[in-house]
Design a protein around this ligand. Structure first.
Ligand SMILES: [Zn+2]
Length: 147
């Protein structure tokens, strides 16, 4: 199962808790999560999520989540999750880190832990780490196998 592998936290990150783990730091993490938040603000979906794929501090791809169909066609409002949408825009995601942010109705940070389908997609694509926003100012971190 993705996310169960727990190597040591990378240098500069302090692991605080959890089976995933919540990390504090984090120079580049904060900046790239802010960028993901900006993507989330562009989303027209009910749950507004944004994702950024980066190699170190270099942004490779980004996207908000997007509706699959017009609401009149798809009554369930199915979406391509932001992670999926960002992955589709890169040829090779091996070694990249994904930053995922969600905003609530008030524009604040909300939990954006990747769902199991996205975890699988990220893992298959070779993404090594996921940082995600939470309901607090803490940052969630998921280490993929092979990190
Ligand atoms: Zn997902």
């Amino acid at each position: 199962m993705p996310g169960t592998y727990q190597p040591p936290a990378p240098p500069g990150y302090q692991r605080i808790t959890g089976s995933d783990s919540i990390v504090r730091d984090a120079g580049g993490v904060g900046r790239l999560l802010q960028r993901a938040l900006r993507e989330a603000r562009r989303s027209r979906c009910r749950y507004r999520v944004g994702a950024v794929l980066a190699s170190g501090s270099r942004i490779i791809s980004y996207s908000p989540n997007v509706p699959r169909n017009r609401p009149t066609i798809d009554f369930r409002h199915a979406t391509f999750h932001a992670e999926e949408a960002a992955l589709r825009r890169v040829k090779d995601a091996a070694g990249l880190t994904v930053y995922i942010a969600r905003i609530n109705a008030a524009g604040g940070s909300a939990m954006a832990r990747p769902c199991s389908r996205c975890q699988q997609a990220l893992l298959s694509a070779g993404v090594v780490r996921a940082f995600y926003s939470t309901n607090t100012s803490d940052v969630g971190c998921l280490f993929m196998r092979g990190c």
